[in-house]
Ligand binder design. Sequence first.
Ligand SMILES: [Zn+2]
Length: 315
Amino acid sequence: MNAWAEEIGAELLGRHVVIHNYRQGLGRTRVRRDNAPVEIEVSDTPLTSLHPHGNQILQALVLHELGHHVCDFGEPGFRTVDKRSRREGLAAMMNILMDERLERQLRSRRPEWGAYFDRLGAYAFARNEHNVPIGAYARLIEREVSEVEGAIRRGDIPGRLLQPDAGESEMRVALRDSDMLRIPGLLPTHVAFMMCFRCGFDPQSCADPRVAEAINLVPRNLKELSHAKLLPLARELANLIGARENLTQELTLLQQKVQDNPDVLGQLGEGIDRLVECNQLPGWERKDASKIRMTPPSRAQIKREVPLHVPGARF
Ligand SMILES: [Zn+2]
């Protein structure tokens, strides 16, 4: 991976690139003005978890961090816009937009890089169905089992009814990660927005109609927009779904729900963990974006950043 990163770093930046393993589970890089090597820290969890596409996911993480150097740090106007967005409380929203913008720029440079980013997007949510006991599903949405069965049959709530497992009497329900978006009130709007904007879920399927409206606000030519033009877009998005510089409260509530409903939400919790691990949920990271890139985090910050953890989950 180091040799690959060096080669790509030389191609994109004409600079020497050094990769560090960052075990707290974030991809990070820092602004360097001198000619020193560009240092990048990425989590190696995609590899150590023996994910089938671990290597490509790691390559996507490295490319993403290099992309900040190519598409953001050196760009004229970046520093001014960066400062202003922070003053306006829009740093997290700007980060989301810059992340997507740089990936679209790199995709257009080389299609195989796009394939790595697709792997990264699919890494957080596996998109396979998981089947859960109907009683657990009913508890999550606070309805009676018989009601849930009828509602699924009518298509009022997401899921597909399955026969009980051998030796059991309780029906089961097949749920996909995208079904989670359809359950009203389950996901914080920002998380639903991220799942659609960064991981390719269908915004039309979201229980909260603002998610689709927000996705519609993002112009098709995002990758061509200057930083100065990203800022008004960040403002518009924030007006619609809130700026959410800090998602801690909402994610803590969701974490509680995941822990209370491990059968139904375990997989969702793992997906959110992976979003955090891949640095795709600005707002659950360090509040101050400059600190992400300039200084090591304080102990308190690391504590706040510990991903949602599902007991017994490994990823
Ligand atoms: Zn980024």
